[in-house]
Design a protein around this ligand. Structure first.
Ligand SMILES: [Zn+2]
Ligand SMILES: [Zn+2]
Length: 401
């Protein structure tokens, strides 16, 4: 029971739930989180927590100064953005904005981080060091909000010694607190392939170079990167997520555009896959008389979970939810999170909070139009953030491993 370690939750849990539902009803797309930021800042202000707004656009940063002597500065990240998805579930806190939905649980992240801020603020007299609350824009799209916050100095003055974050996770059962120590997520990079042909009449294909047929072959051939061109032991995903081109059934267009993402777990494989995408796209397009222009957009690096802090998290998690409800995950996931940018700069951990519960219909994957969380897990995530942050402040950052 999270309330055993963090009794403040007895009183605060209803507010955390209310915040989550308010944010769920009013989702905002990446880099447009103005109302979300104002809503969060308003709560911080009401509780007398010093904060600044407008970092990297809509970012909100608060500092809670401990009163029990010097110690580390521990940052806690909440991501604020929603996704361009039409929510399909019918519930009282359904999104009020057509085509926009918190389908990645960032509403829950903000609610839990806000709750943690209130509790840590009420404990500040007993707190060593300080807490920095970081609400960031745009986790979902480039340019990354985390990267922008870092370049605008979020990790400095005061310098952040360690960062904490969490992500809700429907594939783990409700209430499970889990972490993969070390490399924990994928490098996620994007590519654009413009396949140039020669347009014309659909009834006279021999007088054209059809970029749609050439693109179809490119799409299939790209799948051989994972199956034939990289070591079977190295996980690789190449996904073409958008195919754009054409205007009518009877017109062969000039150009097709493919837009995709590729995921890898190590930097060398990452470079190899980028080269293969370029080589295959050009070669296959040429084989059909077309040409390909390839642009790679380097995106988000992998999250590296500090091993010592991961162990600390598992220990704290055990005290909060019991031994059977914590898990050391054996492998990294092919998803990505721009929390990775913090983890490249300072010792960091981003843990996973299981929210999957088929009885409550919360087993749908992230980014699914029926995605939802088991709200009973909100106090658990909040409690873990509070207790780990406080432990780091009082004991300092543990050795790497
Ligand atoms: Zn997401
Ligand atoms: Zn997310």
């Amino acid at each position: 029971m999270p309330t055993k370690r963090v009794p403040e939750l007895n009183e605060l849990s209803p507010l955390i739930l209310k915040v989550r539902r308010h944010l769920h009803r009013h989702p905002e797309l990446s880099h447009q989180e103005h109302e979300t930021a104002a809503f969060l800042a308003d709560h911080l202000g009401r509780w007398g927590i010093e904060h600044t707004t407008g970092m990297a656009g809509t970012g909100v940063v608060a500092v809670i100064e401990g009163g029990a002597g010097d110690g580390p500065t521990v940052g806690i990240r909440g991501d604020m953005d929603a996704l361009p998805i039409q929510e399909e579930r019918q519930h009282s806190y359904r999104s009020t904005r057509s085509g926009v939905m918190h389908a990645c649980g960032h509403d829950a992240h903000c609610a839990m981080v806000l709750g943690a801020a209130k509790i840590l603020n009420s404990r500040r007299d007993a707190l060593r060091g300080r807490i920095k609350i970081v609400f960031q824009p745009s986790e979902e799209v480039e340019p990354s909000g985390a990267e922008a916050m870092i370049s605008e100095g979020v990790l400095e003055s005061p310098h952040v010694d360690a960062m904490l974050g969490l992500h809700v996770f429907p594939h783990l059962r409700s209430g499970l607190v889990a972490i993969k120590p070390g490399p924990a997520s994928a490098y996620a990079d994007e590519f654009f392939i413009d396949v140039h042909g020669r347009g014309g009449h659909a009834g006279y294909p021999h007088l054209t170079v059809d970029p749609i047929v050439a693109s179809a072959h490119v799409i299939i051939a790209l799948q051989t990167i994972a199956s034939r061109r990289t070591r079977p032991n190295d996980p690789v995903v190449v996904t073409v997520g958008r195919v754009m081109g054409g205007t009518a059934a009877n017109v062969i267009p000039q150009t097709m555009r493919l837009h995709g993402t590729f995921r890898t777990l190590n930097p060398q494989v990452r470079d190899n896959v980028a080269e293969e995408i370029d080589r295959i796209a050009q070669g296959v397009a040429n084989a059909h008389g077309a040409t390909a222009e390839v642009k790679i957009e380097w995106g988000c690096p992998a999250i590296f979970n500090h091993v010592g802090m991961s162990e600390m998290l598992l220990g704290v998690g055990e005290q909060i939810v019991g031994e059977g409800n914590v898990a050391r995950l054996p492998e990294a996931l092919m998803g990505a999170d721009d929390f990775a940018f913090y983890s490249q700069q300072v010792p960091s951990i981003c843990f996973r909070l299981g929210t999957g519960n088929a009885d409550k219909g919360t087993e749908f994957p992230l980014h699914h139009p029926r995605f939802d969380i088991d709200e009973d897990t909100l106090p658990i995530g909040t409690a873990v953030l509070v207790e780990v942050a406080q432990r780091l402040c009082s004991e300092g950052i543990p050795p790497e491993g």
